[in-house]
Write a new protein. Structure first.
Length: 453
């Protein structure tokens, strides 16, 4: 599926459009993942409805039965909206095509560098704009899970979820032990309202963040870790003002954290499309085991431990220990993502420069005198480019053409002869305003062709 041999196509480096009917709405993914995360925490509003119904006189059994029938009705309707197996196959094909576009763009960039179609300044700009692929073809689930970015993300999510689960399940007890009774009761009532409400109101912020930083994971993960650490720090101080601030920050921090987590795993450049479902499923299981089980052990420590001597001090000690671990992971995760991104771009830039240097070396070797073949026809490269003589065209670097042909396809000899543009000797000047370097029509490269040959 490689494009035909064309220096102009390499110079543009624009990916070909996806086939009709494939990935009709590619921009919806950064919208769906934050919506999914906000629905998880926003569903806590259900408990407020249950309270209102119960204190209005409805038996708890009636409330639970009515809610069961409602969820069964919604689930039945949702079943009919699920995609068919054919639609699932189409979706997987779409994700595979999206993932392969970054690989094709990297190949085009290296081929364009070898063809002499780009100046160094243009190469650096194109490398900075390319999406990066972070796995090799055929990577196993074990290799994907043991990758450093995956390990750091899962451990951070597990520890943050552990801290948040413990906070939610013991919030009322903590406030009663840390604050006077009236302040604690008022804060508990406030938390029941602001947690689900602010979680849902954070959705537009999460959508904007995931859309703006779609392939710059270090940026949105830095925002996630900063907000998570802010919440964790505020809950350490036993004052009504700081506990209120922590309650206000809890919903946005949790929603943004889970939205970016799902968005990270849904990036085709990070994980193969055919393994995304299993990656998310096993990762959620890992987070649940480490995040939802230990709160019972922590609660037992709060009740029965002898040190620290007070219950309030034991709550603070637990949160301090968890926050130290979370803070270390919060620094390591975005720094690793940024460092890995920089190294990957440097490697791609080095490959492009090596290809360009190899092409120049091959050109100078082929430019030496050789036995002249029969003169070319009137429509040859010599006449079309204004070369000094037909004999000069016979010394074109055909070896470089064969090298490029093996990378990007098998063009006919006439295509190779008509589309070749030799690379001028170093030093290479900056790219022209059109950004096409030496390959631009009427650019500086035209003045070198005749004298050089």
């Amino acid at each position: 599926n490689q494009p035909p041999f064309s220096v102009q196509a390499y110079a543009s480096l624009e990916p070909a459009p996806l086939p009709s009917g494939i990935q009709a709405y590619p921009s919806l993914e950064p919208v769906i993942t934050p919506l999914t995360a906000s629905m998880f925490d926003g569903s806590a509003n259900v408990f407020l409805l249950w309270k209102l119904a119960f204190f209005a006189g409805a038996p708890l059994s009636a409330v639970a039965t009515g809610w069961l029938l409602l969820t069964m009705a919604i689930g039945s309707v949702t079943w009919w909206l699920l995609p068919s197996p054919a639609q699932n196959r189409l979706a997987r094909t779409s994700l595979s095509l999206r993932q392969s576009r970054s690989t094709r763009q990297e190949q085009r960039l290296i081929a364009a560098s070898a063809a002499g179609a780009l100046s160094p300044a243009v190469i650096e700009g194109r490398v900075a704009a390319l999406p990066l692929q972070w796995y090799s073809d055929g990577a196993s689930l074990a290799q994907l899970f043991l990758r450093t970015d995956t390990v750091l993300l899962l451990v951070f999510m597990a520890m943050a979820n552990l801290n948040q689960s413990f906070y939610m399940t013991t919030f009322q007890d903590q406030m009663l032990d840390l604050l006077p009774h009236e302040q604690a009761t008022s804060l508990v009532q406030t938390f029941d309202v602001v947690f689900p409400s602010l979680s849902m109101l954070t959705t537009p912020v999460a959508i904007a963040l995931c859309s703006a930083c779609a392939d710059r994971e270090h940026l949105y993960m830095a925002a996630v870790t900063a907000l998570t650490c802010l919440f964790g720090t505020l809950q350490l101080f036993p004052y009504a003002s700081t506990q209120l601030a922590a309650a206000l920050a809890f919903g946005p921090a949790r929603t943004l954290q889970w939205a970016c987590y799902f968005h990270f795993f849904a990036t085709p450049a990070r994980y193969p499309p055919d393994k995304m479902g299993r990656m998310v499923g096993y990762s959620n299981l890992f987070i649940a085991l480490l995040g939802d089980g230990p709160p019972y052990l922590l609660t037992a420590f709060i009740r029965y431990a002898l040190f620290p001597t007070t219950v309030a001090a034991r709550y603070i000690a637990v949160h301090v220990g968890l926050q130290i671990v979370i803070s270390a992971l919060a620094v390591a995760l975005p720094l690793h993502l940024a460092h890995a991104r920089s190294l990957r771009r440097q490697a791609l830039l080095a490959s492009s420069y090596r290809a360009a240097a190899s092409a120049r070396h091959t050109f100078y070797d082929d430019a030496r005198p050789h036995p002249s073949p029969p003169p070319p026809s009137s429509g040859s490269l010599a006449s079309s480019r204004g070369l000094a003589s037909p004999g000069a065209a016979s010394n074109l670097p055909t070896a470089r053409l064969l090298l490029l042909g093996s990378q990007v396809g098998s063009p006919s000899p006439s295509e190779r002869q008509s589309q070749l543009r030799p690379t001028p000797p170093p030093p290479v000047p900056a790219a022209d305003e059109g950004g096409e370097g030496w390959a631009a029509e009427g650019g500086a490269g035209d003045g070198f062709v005749g004298p050089l040959l």
